[in-house]
Design a protein around this ligand. Structure first.
Ligand code: SAM
Length: 282
């Protein structure tokens, strides 16, 4: 058991409450195969560092111990790290990628590299607006060091995800340009990208939480039918909804990551409540 310095963390923050948690009994995350490629380095605004040990909550899974974690920060903002939450929340898209996949948001290049490993992938185009992060990735050299020349499948273009248009048909669009896993207007922002890109399928970061916010605000239960119906209302050809246990996994992600960020007027049912929803009762 641990005493958390400064007391219990704010339930709306990303920091897990470890009070009453026996850290020794938590599972070790198996780690990510790309972790070894990331060495600490900095540009003027960005820093890639390593955190020796954290206890982190997965997106669909629970608390686990993570060792030697690469982290990408800009000032005090963590934009990407190799933790179960980041990996699990992008994996459905990566696993279902094929043909020509467009990723909006380079970050530390992790999702682009993992997508390049997919045997059905011919081409990965990454759209990134910040030249500094493109330069940081050039220095990391991840794509150049992937085995079997897999990095040759990846092209990074500098541009704004909301403006960029492709030069060839796109099979899958994976937007991941956001700092937080929940933010207002995310489906509309994705639609703006999709209107220029016209991908056959779309998987946007945090889509489970965005689907859930709308479904629950409308007073409906989260199930396969309401998820599909809401995807239709977004006007997006969302993929992943037929993944095994998608509705149950969505509920788990909601309980662990919604952190009170419901749409106005939502009456949160008991089964989806988390400590962040009980702040007003404290
Ligand atoms: C969360 S990170 C992406 C992480 C990435 N999926 C990975 O696996 O490493 C978000 C990235 O989106 C970029 N970004 C933010 N807004 C953007 C925009 N409008 N157009 C293109 N890139 C943008 C940020 O500079 C940042 O590099």
């Amino acid at each position: 058991m641990v005493d958390q310095i400064g007391g219990r963390p704010d339930p709306r923050s990303g920091i897990p409450d470890l009070t009453d948690v026996d850290i020794d009994s938590l599972p070790d995350w198996q780690g990510d195969p790309l972790t070894v490629y990331y060495e600490p380095m900095e540009t003027e605004s960005w820093a890639l560092t390593r955190c020796p040990f954290v206890v982190a909550m997965g997106y669909f899974t629970g608390l686990q111990r993570v060792w030697n974690m690469p982290v990408l920060t800009r000032g005090t903002d963590v934009w990407m790290s190799l933790v179960p939450m980041e990996v699990e929340s992008q994996w459905i898209g990566i696993d279902n990628a094929s043909g020509h996949t467009v990723i909006c948001g380079l970050g530390m290049g992790w999702s682009a590299a993992m997508t390049a490993f997919h045997p059905l992938i011919e081409r990965v185009t990454v759209v990134e607006r910040d030249p500094e992060i493109i330069e940081l990735n050039r220095r990391i050299g991840l794509f150049d060091r992937l085995p079997d020349g897999l990095g040759d499948k990846i092209t990074v273009v500098q541009g704004d995800a909301f403006e960029w248009t492709p030069d060839a048909p796109v099979d899958l669009l994976m937007p991941d340009i956001w700092l937080e896993v929940v933010s207002d207007g995310r489906a509309d922002e994705t639609l703006r990208m999709q209107q220029n890109i016209g991908a056959k399928g779309v998987y946007f970061w945090g889509q489970e939480l965005e689907l859930a916010r709308h479904i629950v605000r409308n007073g409906q239960p989260i199930n396969d039918a309401t998820l599909a119906e809401q995807a239709g209302k977004f006007g997006l050809p969302l993929i992943g909804l037929d993944t095994e246990d998608y509705a149950e996994n969505t509920k788990t992600a909601v309980k662990q990551w919604m952190k009170g960020r419901w749409l106005e007027g939502t009456n949160v049912p008991d089964e989806l409540r988390s400590p962040a929803d009980d702040m007003e009762r404290r």
